[in-house]
Ligand binder design. Structure first.
Ligand code: GLP
Length: 241
């Protein structure tokens, strides 16, 4: 895992956007694996700027998001579908049919997950997977557990994640308790991975991530086994290293 420590959130966002833009420029049909959460918001802003100012072209780019709450309506402003449109897709020239997120409105989650995985494979797999990390070490919604699932699947959220995500909802009761998420195997198949970590509250999990062990208690620790991972950290997140 390559690690780059940046001064602050803005630098992480700028460098992250530059890395994604490089993939977009070198392969106009690239498949981007995208993440939600507060961390990548600044990076998406920079990508929108690069599109508007420099004409960064997304017309043939395909995207697959990591996860979505379940069940949730796409129109709910806390759905990841809404988040992606609001932060990125509505501001760039991506084609609607090239955007993929697990469908939080589906009736049959198992069938939805299998179809999502198949669609991703058919698209040729992810060229660059953007990731954030939960304070408990989750990636996507692969939560710490005795066993981690390989393919895209329906999962329950831990109390810690429900609590962490409550800040986006009116009350903690409104946070969905389940989600559809790419599995550890899906994520590990990406050709390259860009992990963004910012803020002091992530410093303890960053320390665990660089502990030189893999454990299902810190799902992100499995990324150390991947041949092409770049971790972009700000100084606050790196403060315990
Ligand atoms: C969420 C998402 C993750 C995200 C993480 C961290 O629950 N499922 O994909 O990386 O939590 O979010 P934040 O960037 O807001 O700290």
């Amino acid at each position: 895992m390559d690690r780059i420590i940046c001064k602050n959130y803005d630098e992480v966002s700028l460098l992250g956007a530059a890395m994604v833009a490089k993939v977009v420029k070198s392969n106009p049909r690239a498949v981007l694996g995208l993440a939600t959460g507060s961390t990548p918001v600044g990076m998406y802003k920079r990508l929108v700027e690069m599109h508007k100012r420099d004409g960064l072209d997304f017309s043939m780019i395909r995207t697959f998001n990591l996860d979505e709450y379940y069940p949730i309506k796409k129109a709910n402003d806390q759905s990841y579908d809404y988040f992606m449109r609001d932060n990125l897709f509505s501001h760039i020239n991506i084609k609607q049919e090239n955007i993929h997120l697990p469908n939080g409105e589906c009736a049959d989650p198992a069938a939805e997950c299998a179809a999502y995985e198949a669609m991703l494979n058919q698209a040729g797999g992810v060229d660059i997977q953007v990731l954030g990390i939960g304070v408990n070490g989750h990636i996507g919604f692969n939560e710490p557990a005795e066993e981690l699932q390989l393919p895209t699947h329906l999962t329950g959220l831990t109390a810690s994640t429900i609590e962490a995500n409550a800040r986006f909802f009116e009350s903690i009761e409104q946070v969905p308790t389940q989600a559809l998420t790419m599995g550890m195997g899906t994520i590990m198949k990406a050709r390259s991975i860009l992990l963004l970590i910012t803020g002091e509250n992530k410093a303890p999990v960053v320390k665990k991530l660089f502990d030189r062990v893999v454990t299902t208690e810190v799902p992100a620790s499995f990324l150390t086994l991947h041949p092409d991972v770049t971790v972009l950290l700000d100084e606050a997140a790196a403060s315990l290293l």
